[in-house]
Design a protein around this ligand. Structure first.
Ligand code: SAM
Length: 460
């Protein structure tokens, strides 16, 4: 493809993303699937340029608005990106928008004025507001500042970078060293991750679909942060475990492998289609201790029937996904799923219902890929108020039990952030249900209280 034809493909792709109510990565996959004639080099270039433009959405929009151009159309964003970030000069840009075969149409008068106004500038500008510079949408500014405090800018800047490619080694089939060796045979360079005992970080972005180590289930693609959430579940071989919001099974796989194929993991979700896809991954990984169980809702009668039966229950709740903005740069600008006003009550309901599954002495692990306090510490605090039989198990204690090296965090909860840990933003809280004896003792203690004293205490 000529450079101009590639640019037209980027414009087409950005237009499709704007017009399709689906995440950009899904739109991109479909775009290339329907155009198999686009070679791999061109595909990479088109995808990278499109992502680069999505990552600069607010800054390009700020410049476009500043020049008085009516709307940040895909063509306007491509023009602004070429001039401000790629530093092409106006003459070269004009040549590309030639109107020739496969090239973008000629510039309109407004577009010509835009090019003239932006020529010789760069993307950064001293008058650009901080929220634009770090690409923070209005709705998220308050909650992000509240959650991150004086780390707002540094974390938001890190969220603008492309996420690294992390793999989790399937301990049923390999270890970190043997997986590195297997990958090196196909010229894929990987090194061990900083925190996860199963993690590898790959250099560059090689295609893994055809690689033996991936096809044979030695490694799975999984962000290091997501691996650490699975580690926080701390399942033991022989345990009974529920992954209540299993989705495509990323954490289920890590949990089941940690259990060495012994015991049982029930993967639940309200989306049966996702669970079906997950089942294929379970098979490839050689894990036979997983069963999939679709739910009609978090209140599915199955939950009541299995009250207090499980050692570990993971609730990897649906959330704002603010921790994954590195890999989904469009997510901050397009509301494709429910908003916070729907998510917060849903998370509380899921947590409340899933808690019924936990046996005395067992653990409920609440996790999100959100950076926001209300979805994380806020939910845990509200849950503990209404569930006095659960207490927080500090994450350092879990790490010590798992012999997983030094804890990646201080404090009670696993709170991972891109700038501190170079992972996606994740949160996990481990909540332990008191053993039956402890509850019985407390109840017995209550009976010993003099009723008159109790009445006085209540009046007070
Ligand atoms: C953050 S995703 C889970 C990701 C998955 N655990 C993984 O590691 O790949 C949240 C999941 O919760 C599911 N979900 C949404 N509402 C639910 C509900 N009421 N009960 C159970 N699962 C629900 C969604 O379908 C989605 O798959």
């Amino acid at each position: 493809m000529t450079p101009a034809a590639r640019l037209q493909a980027v414009i087409d792709l950005l237009t499709e993303i704007d017009e399709t109510p689906r995440p950009a990565d899904a739109v991109m996959s479909a775009y290339f699937r329907n155009r198999r004639y686009i070679g791999s080099k061109d595909r990479t270039h088109i995808a990278q340029t499109s992502y680069a433009i999505l990552r600069r959405h607010a800054r390009l929009g700020w410049w476009i608005e500043r020049t008085g151009f009516p709307r940040a159309t895909p063509r306007a964003r491509v023009l602004a990106y070429s001039l401000l970030e790629e530093r092409r000069n106006a003459g070269v840009v004009l040549e590309m928008f030639s109107g020739g075969k496969f090239a973008p149409a000629r510039l309109t008068d407004d577009e010509l004025a835009l090019v003239t106004a932006l020529d010789t500038h760069t993307l950064d500008h001293p008058e650009m507001p901080e929220t634009v510079r770090v690409e923070c949408p209005d709705w998220a500014e308050g909650p992000m500042r509240a959650a991150l405090g004086d780390r707002f800018a540094v974390e938001m800047e890190k969220l603008l970078e492309a996420a690294p490619l992390d793999l989790r080694v399937n301990s049923m089939k390999a270890n970190q060293a043997s997986a590195i060796k297997a990958l090196s045979k196909v010229q894929i360079v990987a090194e061990t991750t900083q925190w996860s005992p199963w993690g590898l970080r790959v250099k560059g972005r090689p295609q893994l679909a055809g690689v033996g180590a991936f096809k044979d289930g030695l490694v799975e693609i999984q962000d290091e942060g997501s691996q650490l959430v699975a580690l926080a579940v701390a399942p033991k071989p022989g345990h009974q475990v529920v992954d209540f919001c299993a989705g495509a099974g990323g954490k289920t796989l890590a949990i089941a492998a940690r259990m060495k194929n012994k015991g049982r993991v029930v993967a639940c979700d309200v989306l049966e289609k996702r669970l079906k896809r997950a089942t294929e991954r379970f098979r490839r990984a050689g894990l036979h201790n997983i069963e999939a169980h679709p739910l009609t809702s978090e209140r599915d009668p199955w939950v009541k029937r299995h009250k207090r039966k499980f050692d570990r229950v993971l609730v990897d709740a649906p959330c704002s996904g603010t921790g994954t903005w590195r890999r989904n740069p469009d997510a901050r600008w397009r509301q494709l799923g429910p908003g916070l006003e729907q998510l917060l009550p849903l998370q509380a309901n899921i947590l409340d219902s899933a808690a019924r599954l936990v046996k005395p002495g067992g653990r409920l692990i609440y996790a999100t890929c959100s950076m926001l306090h209300d979805e994380n510490e806020g939910q845990v605090a509200a849950f503990l108020e209404t569930h006095p039989d659960f207490t927080v198990k500090p994450i350092a204690e879990v790490w010590a039990e798992e012999e997983a090296g030094p804890s990646p965090v201080e404090g009670d909860f696993l709170r991972l952030t891109p700038a501190r840990h170079d992972t996606d933003g994740f949160f996990a809280a481990v909540l332990e249900r008191k053993a039956e004896e402890a509850v019985a003792e407390e109840d017995a203690g209550m009976e010993e209280v003099d009723p008159a004293e109790l009445a006085t205490a209540i009046d007070a």
